[in-house]
Design a protein around this ligand. Structure first.
Ligand SMILES: Cc1cc2nc3c(=O)[nH]c(=O)nc-3n(C[C@H](O)[C@H](O)[C@H](O)COP(=O)(O)OP(=O)(O)OC[C@H]3O[C@@H](n4cnc5c(N)ncnc54)[C@H](O)[C@@H]3O)c2cc1C
Length: 540
């Protein structure tokens, strides 16, 4: 008999023996009746009401036939029934008549997973990426952070691995699509990620590990018959009678009837290509704000109390939210990077945005998180420059903030920064802490960068939100501006079958399509787009 046992608690320095003892105690049985024990999930509970932090486990146990379940109505105990394996679709031996090789554009999480699935299913996809291979990206990005040397095709946002390569590599997702999340995580593990990501409730990779995983995903795509083309930018989409007929990329035409577009939400040129084609686009809400950098020791103390220095507790994170009140909008923390770095990001000349990343060890003395304020389409409707394509007005709204940030930082990709107390008092800081994680940052007012209602909301909400982290000292916090790319301001509309309603064969996927956000949900979305494309080819 197999049993799923939830809510088993064990101390931070638990041993396998202690875990088995706790399981047997909960099941009111002899330990010898447990034949095997597998950890399915592990989360940390460090809430202040506890005398000390503990790990909370979900275990899968194989029990001896002599075992009798005592508590039949306990919701933490579930008898597992033998799963009948769902028949897996067979890979194509060759593509069905009338179809050329499918094309996937963009080698971020969505495009990589889409291309891998298509390759495994015998579709021999062609994966197009405007930037270079992950291994070559590091030097290009380092030159940008060190000297402000900007490259429009290879940067923090463009290149193999996508926006997720120089990231915190948090693998948390709101998506409830468990089977596809599992498939993605198992792919990551096959390609070099630690096994723990399969069980941890807040899995994390770090940029150094991602840099090793991404080339292995590429090799798998190629092994299964996919082709990868780097430094190759999509510049045109050919259509005929409302259907995809091919693309132009890197100066060459590729004929295809099936296109997965996974170009992320920084590829503004692609939104313009789509607006000129028959694709249906819609403006959508997003959020903007600033990124705060807080001493990690203070965050650990706020979250773990006297256990803050325990060696089995990693750098702590937090999530803070503030509801709207009177004239202020809501505000929430986003993309928290414990033990991380604040970074400058850019995908076009003369425009600058911020974000956060970390390495697997999360050892930086700072933690950082964006604090962002929701923006509705009504806020940017009529934004100058979007008269021809009003559905793209959110892009113009973002660009205006990013250009202002670039200018405020001195027009050389230095990030505008302030001590938080100065931002709150509307003053320009005389200096910034020398050990800040983003050394190419300069004191500058944020007033010309963000809309007044965003500045007012942040000034009103931040002191109250930060009070929840009671050991965090506001005077030691640095603020960086501006956080503009929390999610896509445009949705590339699609039907339930994954295709554009107005352009047959176009499968918009990932964050740029406006239906996903974050590494996991984008990867899962890419995988699903590939499945739907295969289904279409099978029934045609
Ligand atoms: C600094 C940073 C840190 C982040 N940290 C996290 C995190 O810790 N956890 C998390 O879940 N999310 C994080 N995110 C968000 C996450 O990275 C994105 O949600 C995710 O990468 C989106 O995946 P995607 O494949 O849809 O698009 P992208 O990752 O943006 O990939 C799109 C790809 O398309 C390519 N492309 C664009 N235009 C063209 C064209 N015309 N021709 C050819 N190729 C093109 C780009 O070069 C790029 O490689 C972070 C983002 C940033 C920027």
């Amino acid at each position: 008999m197999k049993i799923l046992l939830r809510q088993i608690e064990a101390p931070l320095e638990y041993s396998e023996d202690e875990l088995l003892a706790a399981a047997a105690h909960r099941l009111e049985c002899d330990r010898q009746l447990i034949i095997s024990c597998e950890i399915v999930r592990r989360s940390l509970d460090s809430r202040p009401r506890r005398s000390q932090p503990v790990f909370v486990f979900t275990l899968e146990l194989e029990m001896n036939s002599a075992f009798k379940l005592q508590q039949t109505n306990n919701k933490d105990v579930e008898i597992l029934t033998e799963e009948t394996a769902t028949p897996q679709p067979q890979p194509f031996k060759s593509l069905p008549d009338g179809f050329n090789r499918p094309v996937v554009v963009g080698a971020g999480p969505a495009g990589l997973m889409a291309a891998l699935h298509l390759a495994e299913m015998g579709c021999r996809p062609i994966l197009i990426e405007r930037g270079c291979r992950a291994e070559e990206r590091r030097a290009v990005v380092d030159a940008f952070w060190r000297d402000g040397a900007f490259n429009s095709e290879n940067n923090t946002l463009f290149g193999e691995g996508g926006a997720g390569l120089f990231s915190d590599g948090k693998l948390t997702a709101r998506s409830k699509d468990r089977p596809r999340i599992k498939q993605f995580f198992e792919t990551l593990v096959k390609c070099g990620a630690p096994q723990e990501i399969l069980i941890d409730s807040e899995p994390h990779l770090g940029s150094d590990v991602l840099l090793k995983i991404v080339p292995n995903i590429r090799q798998m795509i190629e092994k299964y018959g996919g082709e990868t083309r780097y430094n190759t930018t999509l510049t045109h989409i050919f259509t005929e009678n409302g259907n995809i007929k091919g693309i132009e990329a890197g100066g060459h035409k590729i004929t295809t009837e099936n296109l997965i577009l996974a170009t992320g939400h920084s590829a503004r040129d692609v939104y313009h290509l789509l607006a000129e084609s028959e694709a249906t686009l819609q403006a959508k809400p997003f959020a903007v704000g600033i990124r705060l950098e807080i001493p990690q020791k203070q965050i650990n103390l706020a979250q773990y109390g006297k256990f803050a220095t325990h060696e089995r507790l990693g750098a702590a994170s937090f999530k803070l939210t503030r509801r709207p009140e009177k004239d202020l909008r809501a505000c929430y923390s986003f993309c928290m990077c414990p033990g991380g770095l604040v970074i400058a990001c850019a995908s076009e000349e003369g425009a600058l945005t911020t974000n956060g990343m970390s390495y697997s060890a999360r050892k930086s003395v700072w933690g950082n998180a964006a604090f962002i304020v929701p923006i509705e389409p009504a806020d940017f409707a009529g934004c100058p420059g979007a008269e021809k394509h009003p559905e793209l007005a959110g892009l113009n709204f973002q660009i205006a903030m990013e250009k202002a940030a670039f200018k405020a930082g001195g027009s050389d990709f230095n990030v505008p920064a302030l001590r938080l107390k100065d931002f709150l008092a509307d003053k320009i800081s005389a200096s910034l802490p020398n050990d800040r994680s983003c050394p190419r940052s300069v004191p500058a007012s944020f007033n010309s960068i963000l809309p007044d209602f965003v500045i007012a909301t942040l000034r009103g909400a931040l002191p109250r939100m930060l009070r929840e982290l009671n050991t965090v000292e506001p005077s030691s916090i640095i603020a960086y501006a501006a956080e503009t790319r929390s999610s896509s301001p445009v949705r590339v509309v699609r039907k339930d079958n994954g295709e554009s309603p107005s352009l047959g064969g176009l499968f918009p996927a990932g964050e740029g399509a406006g239906y996903a956000g974050g590494i996991v949900s984008s990867a899962v979305d890419g995988l699903k787009a590939a499945e739907l494309m295969i289904e279409k080819m099978r029934i045609s």
